[in-house]
Design a protein around this ligand. Structure first.
Ligand code: FAD
Ligand code: SF4
Length: 326
């Protein structure tokens, strides 16, 4: 690990000033320090934002506002989160471990990097995300945990987080502040597909800070769930996950939300699955049809084709649970 200097920001302006001098944000440090130890990241300066006043959770009209500095455990346990959007608290409860959730902040959680082993461990493996132009060892290597949606010939690394998947289902936005002021960005635009530049994970500028997350509380968010399938029941990343929400009137679906995790290069909203459901009567058969539609454009590699059926089943099961909450 290379030496680096550490400063603690007392205000958002302090943090922005440090960012303008090439510092990296440090929230809980559970990703950043990990990647620094592996030599993937080597910032010369870090600016700790743990003491900034970004730890509020509040309801503003019909929008749930979560400060970027809120700890994952605090958001998971908060009654307003659980009652207004159960998929969000379930995604947080099913992520990492209690110790990690106590340390890690929501902003840091959104910006965690892929768990692709070739990326994390580097040489002798080629990795375009780690070293642009070097190749992608996963294309012909072990790809069980890799993406079948949103990949390119340059990178198929899966986005590993849970919370952002649940946010993607409900049109969440991130509040961002930077040298030219504040802006809002749809959560689905925060993360990038790799294309020919896998080294760029997000559309956030290096001088910007996420300050909050805003979630419109539509009725489908109240009747929502997050279903996560992994190799072991706790403390593991998703092989496949599905965040879904339903609004049903009589037997007709008037709103449906479906987002996928563990199978795509970014949090993946599945409009194909939603279109199968909206305006039609709900049944287990329809839920299954939606699950299959969610993977209609999947492009599997050598070891991950099993995720198509697993994912279709995850979506189906999640929709059946959500239908009981609608
Ligand atoms: C063993 C293990 C298992 C895990 N399992 C899961 C899991 O199942 N599901 C899951 O979702 N996650 C999992 N994680 C990941 C974990 O949730 C993340 O490490 C954590 O959420 C990162 O948050 P942090 O506050 O520690 O971020 P940090 O490490 O402090 O920061 C992460 C990145 O975000 C940037 N950053 C942080 N805050 C901001 C901000 N406000 N604005 C701009 N940039 C910012 C930092 O500069 C850095 O690049 C696991 C981690 C480990 C180590
Ligand atoms: S999948 Fe992406 S992160 Fe993994 S080795 Fe290939 S380029 Fe690197």
């Amino acid at each position: 690990m290379q030496p680096f200097s550490y400063m603690r920001a007392g205000t958002v302006d302090d943090a922005l000033a440090a960012l303008s001098q090439d510092a990296r944000i440090l929230a809980g440090g559970t990703t950043l320090y990990d990647l620094m130890k592996l030599g993937v990241e080597a910032p010369q300066r870090v600016v700790d934002i743990a003491r900034l006043p970004l730890r509020d959770i509040r309801l503003e009209d019909n929008v749930l506002v979560l400060g970027a500095g809120v700890r994952m455990s605090a958001a998971a346990e908060h009654p307003d989160v659980g009652s207004s959007a159960p998929a969000l608290s379930e995604a947080l409860w099913r992520a990492a471990s209690q110790q990690l959730r106590n340390m890690a902040a929501l902003g840091g959680n959104l910006l965690q990097r892929t768990r692709c082993s070739y990326f994390r461990h580097g040489a002798p493996y080629a990795c375009n995300k780690r070293e642009p132009g070097s190749g992608c060892a996963a294309q012909d290597g072990l790809s069980r945990h890799h993406a079948l949606l949103g990949g390119s010939e340059h990178c198929i690394a899966a986005y590993p987080g849970d919370f952002a998947v649940a946010l993607a289902a409900f049109d969440a936005e991130v509040e961002i502040t930077g040298p030219s002021g504040a802006r809002l960005m749809p959560l689905v635009d925060l993360h990038r597909e790799p294309g020919s530049e896998p080294q760029r994970d997000t559309n956030l500028r290096p001088t910007e800070l996420i300050t909050a997350i805003r979630v419109p509380l539509v009725r489908a968010a109240r009747a929502s769930t997050y279903h996560k399938i992994r190799d072991r029941e706790s403390y593991a990343f998703a092989l496949v996950s599905a965040a879904v929400g339903l609004e049903v009137e009589g037997s007709i679906v008037v709103d449906a939300r479906v987002a996928l995790g563990g199978v795509a290069t970014r949090p993946w909203r599945s409009r194909e699955a939603e279109q199968v459901l909206i305006g039609r009567s709900f049944s287990e058969g329809r839920a299954r049809e939606a699950g299959i539609a969610a993977f209609s454009s999947a492009r599997p590699t050598g070891h991950n084709a099993f995720k198509i059926e697993l994912g279709a089943r995850a979506v189906t099961d999640a929709l059946m649970i959500a239908s009981t909450r609608s």
